[in-house]
Ligand binder design. Structure first.
Ligand code: 8YV
Length: 311
C-alpha cells in the first residue's frame, strides 16, 4: 500500500499516469472504505475523481489523511468544511479546463440551434434525397445571451458568445468589468432579458436550485437553457416540466442531478441536446488536470506549498 490512494474511476489519460506512479486504486469510494484498516491507515493523500459525495464519515476512515486532491475544478462532492475541521487539505484543478468547458457550452448552443445531429441523420439515412431539405433551424449569432455566474469559465463563455455578435447580459454576485455587457442584479431579470441562458455557476449548497421555476418561467416559451455547471444549480423537476409543456423552448445540457443515469424524462425530449458530463474531456485538458492533481499531491508529500489549494 502506498501513501497515495486513487479513488473513483480514474479518468482516461490520467489512468496511465497514475498507474506509472504505482498508486493503488479503488474504483469507488465504497471500495476504498472496504479496504482493511491497516491499509487505510497508511493513506496520507487521496487522488479523488468523480462526483460521489466524500463526507466527514468517509474521511474518518482514513485516520492519517492530510490531502484530498480533486480531479476537477468543481469540488462540490467533497465536504470541505468537514475536511477543514479535520485538518485535511483539499485541492482542485482550476483554469486548465476553462477553454474546453467554454467550447462545449458554445457547441451545445450551436447544436441546439442548428440541429447538426438531426441534419446529419437526414443525410445518412437517405431522407435528404427522399424527402428533401432539413427543416429550418434557429439563429444563434446576434441573439441575446445571458451568462449566469461570471467566474473564469463564465467569462470564457461570454467572450466566445460576444464573438458571435450576441447581445450580452449576465448575473453574478457583483458587477464585473466588461465591454459594455448588461449586468442584472437578480437571475429573474437576466432570464427575462435573453433568448439563451447559459448556467456557469459553481456547484454546492449555495447554488442549489438557483435556477428556480421562477427563473425558468422568466426565460419563457422561446427561451433556451444551457448548463455546463452542475445538475444541482437548476430545479431539474421544474425544468423537465417546462420542457415537456412548452414553458421553455429547449435545453442543452452537459450535467444532471442523477449522473451517470439522468432522469429518463430527459430521454423522451426532442427539444434537448444532452451530453454525458464531458465538457473538460479532451485528451489535452484531462492530461493537464492530471498533472495539476499530481503536482498538488507531490507538493503535499514533500511538505511544500500546495499549487491550487481550496481550503
Ligand atoms: C469533472 C468537472 O471533474 O472540473 C469539473 O468540475 O465537472 C469535470 O471536469 C470531470 O468529469 C472529472 O470527474
Amino acid at each position: 500500500m502506498s501513501e497515495v490512494l486513487t479513488i473513483n474511476g480514474i479518468e482516461q489519460m490520467s489512468r496511465e499516469a497514475v498507474a506509472e506512479l504505482g498508486w493503488p486504486g479503488a474504483d469507488t469510494l465504497e471500495a476504498a472504505l472496504a479496504l482493511p484498516e491497516d491499509q487505510r491507515a497508511q493513506v496520507k493523500a487521496v487522488a479523488y475523481f468523480g462526483h460521489t459525495p466524500f463526507g466527514g464519515e468517509a474521511m474518518d476512515a482514513f485516520p492519517n489523511l492530510g490531502l484530498i486532491a480533486n480531479f476537477g475544478v468543481g469540488y462540490d462532492a467533497i465536504d470541505v468544511n468537514a475536511a477543514s475541521a479535520r485538518g485535511i487539505k483539499v485541492t482542485n484543478t482550476p483554469d486548465v479546463l476553462n477553454d474546453d468547458v467554454a467550447d462545449l457550452a458554445v457547441a451545445l448552443l450551436l447544436d441546439y440551434c442548428r440541429d447538426m445531429r438531426g441534419a446529419e441523420e437526414r443525410l445518412r439515412s437517405g431522407a435528404w434525397g427522399r424527402e428533401g431539405a432539413h427543416p429550418l433551424q434557429r439563429k444563434m449569432s446576434g441573439q441575446r445571451a445571458g451568462i449566469l455566474g461570471m467566474g473564469r469559465i463564465g467569462r470564457e463563455i461570454a467572450d466566445r458568445l460576444a464573438g458571435f455578435k450576441m447581445e450580452m447580459h449576465y448575473h453574478a454576485r457583483s458587477e464585473k468589468e466588461t465591454p459594455g455587457w448588461t449586468y442584472h442584479a437578480d437571475p429573474v431579470s437576466l432570464a427575462k432579458s435573453v433568448d439563451y441562458l447559459v448556467v456557469a455557476l459553481v456547484g454546492g449548497p449555495a447554488t442549489e436550485g438557483y435556477v428556480s421555476r421562477e427563473v425558468l418561467e422568466a426565460l419563457g416559451p422561446k427561451g433556451v437553457i444551457v448548463n455546463i455547471s452542475r445538475g444541482t444549480t437548476i430545479d431539474e423537476g421544474a425544468m423537465l416540466d417546462l420542457l415537456e409543456t412548452g414553458g421553455i423552448e429547449g435545453a442543452a445540457l452537459d450535467v444532471f442531478l442523477n449522473e451517470p443515469n439522468p432522469d429518463p424524462r430527459f430521454l423522451k425530449l426532442d427539444n434537448a441536446v444532452l451530453q454525458p458530463h464531458q465538457a473538460s474531456a479532451t485528451r489535452e485538458t484531462r492530461t493537464e488536470m492530471g498533472k495539476l492533481q499530481r503536482a498538488n499531491i507531490s507538493a503535499f508529500l514533500e511538505g511544500k506549498e500546495l499549487v491550487t489549494p481550496v481550503n
